[in-house]
Ligand binder design. Structure first.
Ligand SMILES: Cc1cc2nc3c(=O)[nH]c(=O)nc-3n(C[C@H](O)[C@H](O)[C@H](O)COP(=O)(O)O)c2cc1C
Length: 172
């Protein structure tokens, strides 16, 4: 964790709506010998079951999905604006056929609990998977969401709730 220092998650100063929804993040699962990462802008950070938690939503068709399903822990990496193009790439090509780190010029490093994050990140959240549930068309109350995001034959996001076990900020 060279170049990073551990902080209390309560000291995260970013607005979580902007941090995830506007700045975006890389969700990375697997270990340093075998991992995948993808851009995400759906999710949040909060408080649940007396824990500090994150939520994210991943479609089963993503290559990252298989990795997060198998992982106990996973990370969120957040970047300065100059990495926007890297986030665009990681959100438009698949790790099935592309070495995303090489293509984007970002460096995977081993994190706590055998996780992977990126050395260029400004903020990293390490999550322990504590709850998962697939969204279900039957439970949407807003009539616009299903036709817009989940038409017939399209896969549906799975929600992952993670307990925040580490929070790292760039210290250099
Ligand atoms: C800005 C942005 C936000 C995204 N947010 C999500 C998300 O929250 N959940 C999701 O399943 N896919 C999301 N995606 C799509 C994945 O990042 C994209 O399909 C990616 O290529 C998957 O890579 P993989 O197959 O290597 O896992 C987003 C893409 C972009 C560009």
């Amino acid at each position: 964790m060279q170049g990073f220092q551990s902080i209390d998650p309560k000291k995260i100063e970013d607005n979580p709506i902007k941090l995830i929804g506007t700045d975006w993040m890389l969700i990375t699962a697997g270990d340093i010998s075998s991992w995948n990462t993808m851009t995400a802008s759906w999710g949040t950070i909060g408080h649940l079951w007396e824990k500090e938690v994150t939520f994210c939503f991943i479609r089963p068709q993503r290559h990252t999905y298989g990795f997060i399903e198998k992982s106990d822990h996973y990370t969120f990496s957040f970047f300065e604006e100059k990495y926007r193009e890297a986030l665009n790439i990681c959100g438009s090509v698949s790790g099935r056929d592309t070495d995303k780190a090489a293509k984007c010029g970002i460096t995977p490093v081993e994190g706590p609990d055998n996780t992977v994050y990126f050395n260029e990140a400004r903020l990293v959240i390490v999550n322990k998977k504590i709850y998962t549930q697939s969204c279900d068309r039957e439970f949407f109350l807003d009539p616009q969401i299903v036709p817009e995001f989940y038409p017939p034959n399209m896969d549906i996001h799975k929600m992952f709730v993670g307990e925040i076990t580490d929070c790292l900020i760039r210290s250099l």
